[in-house]
Design a protein around this ligand. Structure first.
Ligand SMILES: [Zn+2]
Length: 342
């Protein structure tokens, strides 16, 4: 049975996404921190497929092809420009292979390029457009259901991505990064920028990355009140605060900047992310997901918070069976556990 397209699914209810591939595969030893180029696609395809599969089992409805930072400029920085086409095509194929194991869609993926320059808009736009066009041309040939253009710092760059997606006749989800307190790097309020993207034909607009649920939700509330169409929220699973609204601004006591390699002290629990999923659904967010820092246990908790039973639910917690926390603690052990009692 063919899977329904993204727009049909959204019409029927919340779509659960899952991202954070680059961070997770870096932690697992398959991507180099710093350049964060997804060399894993070619070097260890089985490792990538396994993570896709884990997200799928956890309830993700979209397998995002790992072409984040797989554009011409970034591959050049690690001396692999010659692998550009092969990497982009293989990323889509791997996502498709795993999506077919379940009922998932495949999303092509483009992102902020670091090549866009509003001070040299005409020339830099040409460079960005060419990079997006070659990446998404290959993705479309390999077969994607829609495209996610994400982590856009500039509205101007996001609009280029949107145009390229629309030229290919594919549904477009375009989401913004939110590193600044209130606006994109080219000076648009996030909500206003999303509104402009929607007016230009983006099917889904919203935010991804940078902010944890606590500091992303207030923007999403304003977005929901302003944009009538489908909206997306994919926060990072970190405990950001009004004083440190993005994960780039988090500082661990005495050890300086936590981003990107020392963020563990700020991780949300699976319960925090389940709360976020419930809250986002309540607000009317259509595409709910997770970004950098995400891993399968969060996605399963989010899926279950949305009332779903997913393949990995088979192994969801059963704390009543825990030998020290359950109700069946043997008398011989009970004496050793006074501190465990509530
Ligand atoms: Zn991210």
């Amino acid at each position: 049975m063919p899977v329904k397209g993204i727009l049909e699914r959204l019409q029927q209810g919340v779509v659960l996404g899952a991202e954070g591939y680059v961070f997770e595969l870096e932690r697992r030893g398959y991507i180099k921190a710093g350049p964060y180029v997804p060399e894993v696609v070619l070097d260890s395809p089985d490792a990538l497929k396994e993570l896709h599969r884990e997200f799928l089992r956890a309830g993700a409805e979209v397998m995002v092809a790992l072409t984040y930072y797989a554009h011409r400029d970034k591959l050049k920085t690690v001396g692999r420009e010659g692998d550009l086409e092969r990497l982009n095509r293989q990323a889509v194929r791997l996502a498709r292979e795993v999506a077919a194991e379940g009922d998932a869609l495949v999303a092509g993926n483009i992102c902020n390029t670091w090549a866009y320059d509003p001070k040299d808009k005409t020339a830099s736009s040409r460079v960005v457009r060419a990079m997006y066009a070659e990446q998404l041309g290959w993705a479309a040939e390999e077969g994607v259901d829609f495209v996610i253009a994400e982590t856009n710092d500039y509205l101007g760059e996001a609009l280029i991505g949107l145009e390229v997606i629309k030229d290919l006749g594919l549904p477009a989800m375009v989401t913004l990064a939110s590193t600044h307190p209130g606006e994109t790097w080219d000076g648009y309020d996030y909500v206003e920028a999303c509104q402009i993207l929607a007016e230009h034909g983006a099917d889904i607009v919203g935010l991804n990355c940078d902010r944890g649920p606590a500091t992303m939700v207030p923007i999403i509330e304003r977005l929901r009140a302003t944009v009538p169409g489908y909206i997306a929220a994919q926060p990072v699973p970190y405990r950001t605060t009004p004083a440190t609204p993005t994960f780039e601004t988090l500082r661990a006591d005495g050890s300086g900047r936590a981003f990107p390699l020392a963020l563990e002290p700020f991780l949300c629990t699976r319960f925090d992310m389940a709360d976020f999923a419930r809250q986002a659904k309540g607000l009317g967010v259509n595409y709910i997901g997770i970004c950098c820092g995400g891993s399968p246990h969060y996605v399963r908790a989010m899926a279950e918070a949305l009332g779903r039973t997913v393949p990995a639910s088979r192994y969801s917690p059963a704390m009543e069976l825990h030998p020290m926390l359950g109700g069946q603690v043997e008398e011989k052990e009970a004496a050793f556990l006074p501190d465990w009692k509530d």
